[in-house]
Design a protein around this ligand. Structure first.
Ligand code: MTE
Length: 287
């Protein structure tokens, strides 16, 4: 893709704040100490959890960077940053939460697959960008559209990063077209986080933000948008981020029996104490 490249190794990763607790180094997955979450309503970018599945892409030339919108529409179109910047800018304060948040605690009861997270794989940010509903109008899809005339019912976001789960292919996910074209759903193509341009870890130059839905659908380093008939068939929609009962046999799993997780309640946790603090009966002691 012009202007944006995806390294195949981890030699060009961005700098990160030393306070982050690293749950996996390559790809980089880290969360802040609990206290950082309650220190301010809006989570500072440095302390915001980072959830990656491959090396972080690099913008080589922002003027050449574009997102192609294609699929079940009359005419495909390349959208450049200048097109995005010329649309009305919206700021949306939204919580992003990884569906794997608190997996470490869950695994103490019964083993859960995936990177272990404590309670801080979530954060609040003020996202700035164009509404996806406005961007889709640039390719002739009106607001509140359920289906395009050629049968497009879902909007797939494709990145450029190289993920081993996708056999070296990019991360991708989709949401229903009706949600994407509903201005009140506040789905953004965001270029700012807390008033600053996105940084590399969080999707520079452009990412999707889908409020109210698991973080996995907020695709970073956007490369293309496909209007498709069925939901995205990628690994992270079909073979991950699904909920199964405790009786599931992980070695013989029938993934198609569950829908991809989308809406997700925000979790609450005690953040003034870390797990190493114990409360003994009768008195409080800080170890
Ligand atoms: N987008 C791309 N391209 N690659 C990824 O690995 N991870 C997803 C989502 N978007 C991911 C992605 C997941 S699982 C989550 S929880 C959020 O990004 C995390 O966003 P953050 O790192 O900005 O906190």
């Amino acid at each position: 893709m012009p202007g944006l490249i995806a390294p195949s190794d981890y030699s060009r990763e961005p700098p990160r704040h030393p306070c982050l607790k690293i749950n996996a180094k390559e790809p980089f997955n880290a969360e802040p100490p609990r206290a950082a979450l309650v220190a301010s309503y809006v989570t500072p970018v440095d302390y915001f959890y980072k959830r990656n599945h491959g090396p972080i892409p690099i913008v080589e030339d922002i003027e050449r960077y574009s997102v192609i919108i294609t699929g079940l529409i009359d005419n495909s179109k390349d959208i450049f940053m200048k097109d995005i910047w010329s649309l009305p800018k919206h700021t949306v304060t939204a919580t992003l939460q990884c569906a794997g948040n608190r997996r470490t605690a869950m695994s103490k009861t019964r083993k859960v697959r995936g990177v272990g997270w404590d309670v801080s794989a979530l954060g609040n940010a003020v996202w700035g960008g164009a509404k996806l509903a406005d961007v889709l109008e640039l390719v002739g899809i009106p607001k509140l559209t359920k289906s395009t005339p050629s049968g497009g019912k879902h909007v797939e976001f494709v990145s450029i990063d190289k993920c081993k789960e996708e056999n070296g292919g990019p991360y991708k996910a989709s949401i229903p077209l009706i949600q994407a074209t509903n201005p009140e759903a506040d789905v953004l193509l965001a270029y700012e986080m807390n008033g600053e341009p996105l940084n590399r870890d969080h999707g520079y130059p452009l990412r999707v933000v889908v409020p109210g839905v698991i973080g996995a659908r907020s695709v970073k380093w956007l490369d293309s948008i496909n209007i498709i008939a069925e939901e995205c068939q990628g690994f992270f929609m079909q073979k991950d981020y699904k909920m199964f009962p405790p009786t599931v046999d992980w070695d013989n799993i029938n993934w198609s029996t569950r829908k991809p997780q989308m809406d997700f309640p925000v979790q609450s946790a005690i953040c003034s104490l870390e797990d190493v603090n114990h409360i003994k009966p009768g008195k409080v002691s800080m170890l």
